[in-house]
Design a protein around this ligand. Structure first.
Ligand code: DGL
Length: 251
């Protein structure tokens, strides 16, 4: 069984891509909504929350873990999770597969991510290792607005403010798993700013890595756990995975 976690709804898109490619694998999805948003937290807080998230998943019996949260990759020394008995190869996270997949990208990349991810410099360092320079913009509060349901107008304004001054990029890299949930708003803002750029959601790159390293065969079931009740999370799960009925439990 594979465990996947995020601060809330962001990882659902990643799970969706993985389930398409591994339809017979069993998953437990954990959304730590009680402690969301993660992207405004310190490294120390993120380290402690990650250990709690992974312990919860291990208690469910998972043997493999996917961190569907860029802010966690940015701030936590994931290989140190061997202290919980999680070996580095039993864990897939967001940043490595994304940098690897974009190694031949010729256009200028602009990363949009949470303050925790941008301030850690993890994408910058990752791309520097393959001799690439990227632009980076942190968007405070946007992941929380998505998680808890702000209006489209408010979110568009936050995005416009964040990328309004940026020029010359051909790829807009969504380095927070919450952002693809409002990809249509990013598209509208780019249109308004008259910017032609491809919006890239790394979920597919991560799914490809999971397929390579974690191929599993079970009954094709997914159990959803959340740390705080959320009608919006339930609605998203029903929309994305509702075809055979879903189980969402508050823990
Ligand atoms: N979805 C997560 C990420 O990719 C966390 C967003 C948040 O909770 O701030 O960074």
């Amino acid at each position: 069984m594979i465990g996947i976690f995020d601060s809330g709804s962001g990882g659902l898109g990643v799970l969706g891509k993985i389930r398409k490619r591994l339809p017979r694998a069993d998953f437990v999805y954990l959304g730590d909504i009680k402690n969301a948003p993660y992207g405004e937290r310190t490294r120390e807080e993120l380290g402690a929350l990650t250990v709690l998230d992974i312990e919860k998943l291990l208690n469910e019996g998972v043997t493999k873990i996917i961190s569907a949260c860029n802010s966690v990759s940015a701030s936590v020394m994931l290989p140190m999770l061997s202290i919980l008995g999680v070996r580095p190869f039993d864990l897939v996270e967001m940043v490595g597969p994304t940098v690897k997949a974009l190694r031949n990208e010729k256009r200028k990349i602009l990363l949009l991510a949470t303050p925790a991810t941008v301030s850690s410099g993890i994408y910058r360092q990752g791309f520097a290792m393959i001799d690439k320079k990227i632009g980076e913009v942190a968007i405070p509060d946007l992941a929380g607005m998505i998680e808890f349901g702000a209006s489209e107008k408010e979110m568009a304004e936050v995005i416009r403010k964040a990328i309004g001054e940026e020029k010359g990029f051909g790829v807009l890299l969504l380095g927070c798993t919450h952002y693809p949930l409002i990809k249509n708003i990013f598209e509208k803002v780019l249109q308004k700013l008259k910017v032609k750029a491809e919006i890239i959601d790394p979920a597919g790159f991560v799914a490809a890595e999971v397929v390579k390293t974690m191929a599993e065969s079970g009954t094709g079931k997914t159990k959803f756990l959340i740390t705080k009740e959320s009608g919006l999370f339930r609605k998203r799960v029903a929309e994305m995975f509702g075809e055979n009925g879903v189980e969402v439990e508050v823990i």
